[in-house]
Design a protein around this ligand. Structure first.
Ligand SMILES: [Zn+2]
Length: 416
């Protein structure tokens, strides 16, 4: 790969994603951003690619997915949450158990291609099926210009006996901890379905174990009222308080039913949130109040969750989320367009501890870029580039997507 420079674009540069008109981005042979500047590109001996009329945005990081269930699109649409998603009886889990790896892999490849076309450079997936489940996803993604952070989970559920869970007493077995080590070796970390998977002692063990391995740890939290109630019945505490007291994960997914006090507790403990508004809306659960989480001081990222009921399209997710929260608050001013865009770029990079190389257009970071054509019928005339992305743009407006300096979507850009 030789170095090149994209010229004449509106670049959403730096940590504030502030639009810089008539700007250029230079990409070096290693696929990194060598420099960003405004005005005429004055260098020589570098291929100049015409990016005039475009917005250059950092590629998107999808904070929460289950990419394996793309073969079940709209299955369960209109059905209650528990009948679709709760293991082991939920129809999603039943379908996974009786579907061959060949079928899963083929559909998974299509889902990843779609995510790339939607401008995604990295996604965080909760993968069931123990270590083999993780390796299946890693294998399919290995050939694709998109990076999975796969957080595997125990192969069998529940990981502790029902009597232990009901009494909130008892430790996790040595074999279970050994299974976690294997899962982490295969992927990027470990996930629980939720805090009710384990006793308080088990949560503390998993927290220590995963941290000692230097891997990511996350789980679903405050996802539904019955789940929350079960936690309180067994332990006297909600799952939010239990994860702060015992587990200390890198982030908590959903929090749709977290109270304001719990949001403050999570903010004080520096535990960020990943919210999935479209999936919780379509399944009739509710809307995660990520606006209140931001106001409480939490770092928030947005994910698209299960492909079964939501397309893995980060822009579609923030467009829905932005509108719904404005409607609920009866206030069009918060969160700002920049706040929304940060939730699929800068914030997830920080939550995943990869902000040194991802999430923004800054010198030295990976050239993971989305080149948006602002001259389409949909986007022209362009008055506010960030609001245009958050409020209107779709993947059909994308002219090109780059992953580590390699164009992975769209027609080749014209040489100037
Ligand atoms: Zn999930």
């Amino acid at each position: 790969m030789s170095d090149f420079v994209l010229t004449g674009a509106t670049v959403l540069a730096g940590q504030n994603l502030s639009p810089q008109e008539n700007s250029w981005v230079k990409v070096n042979q290693q696929g990194r951003i060598a420099d960003v500047g405004t005005g005429h590109w004055g260098g020589s001996n570098t291929t100049q690619l015409d990016a005039s009329g475009t917005i250059i945005c950092p590629a998107f990081l999808n904070g929460h997915t289950h990419v394996i269930d793309g073969f079940l699109k709209e299955v369960g649409f209109g059905m209650p949450y528990w009948d679709v998603f709760m293991p082991p009886e939920g129809l999603r889990h039943q379908a996974l158990a009786r579907t061959s790896n060949e079928v899963l892999k083929e559909q998974l490849g299509r889902t990843l291609d779609q995510m790339i076309a939607c401008g995604t450079s990295l996604f965080v997936d909760f993968r069931e099926g123990g270590r083999p489940g993780v390796s299946l996803l890693e294998e399919v993604a290995a050939d694709k210009p998109i990076q999975p952070f796969t957080l595997g989970r125990f192969a069998a559920y529940p990981p502790q006996p029902a009597e232990s869970l009901n009494a909130n007493a008892g430790a996790l077995s040595h074999e279970a901890l050994h299974e976690i080590s294997g899962i982490v070796e295969e992927g990027a970390g470990f996930s629980l379905i939720g805090a009710n998977d384990l006793t308080d002692e088990g949560l503390a063990q998993v927290g220590h174990h995963v941290r000692a391995l230097g891997a990511l740890l996350a789980l679903h939290v405050a996802e539904s009222p019955p789940y929350r109630q079960l936690s309180i019945e067994r332990t006297g505490q909600s799952d939010v308080h239990r994860i702060v007291d015992h587990l200390m994960p890198d982030f908590a997914v959903h929090l749709t039913f977290a109270t304001p006090d719990e949001m403050t507790r999570l903010a004080d403990a520096s535990i960020p949130a990943v919210c999935c508004p479209r999936n919780h809306a379509v399944i009739g659960l509710g809307i995660p109040r990520f606006d209140l989480m931001l106001e409480a001081g939490m770092t928030v990222a947005i994910g698209t969750d299960n492909v079964i009921l939501s397309s893995p399209d980060p822009l579609a997710e923030i467009q829905f989320a932005s509108r719904v929260i404005r409607a609920i608050r009866k206030d069009p001013s918060f969160p700002s367009a920049t706040d929304m865009l940060k939730m699929i770029t800068i914030n997830p990079a920080r939550i995943l501890h990869v902000e040194h190389e991802r999430g923004s257009i800054d010198k030295g970071k990976r050239a993971d870029l989305v080149i948006v054509d602002a001259t389409t019928h949909n986007l022209a005339p362009l008055n506010d580039p960030v609001a245009a992305l958050v409020n209107r743009a779709t993947a059909a407006d994308f002219k090109a997507v780059f992953n580590e300096g390699v164009q992975v979507c769209g027609q080749p850009l014209e040489v100037v």
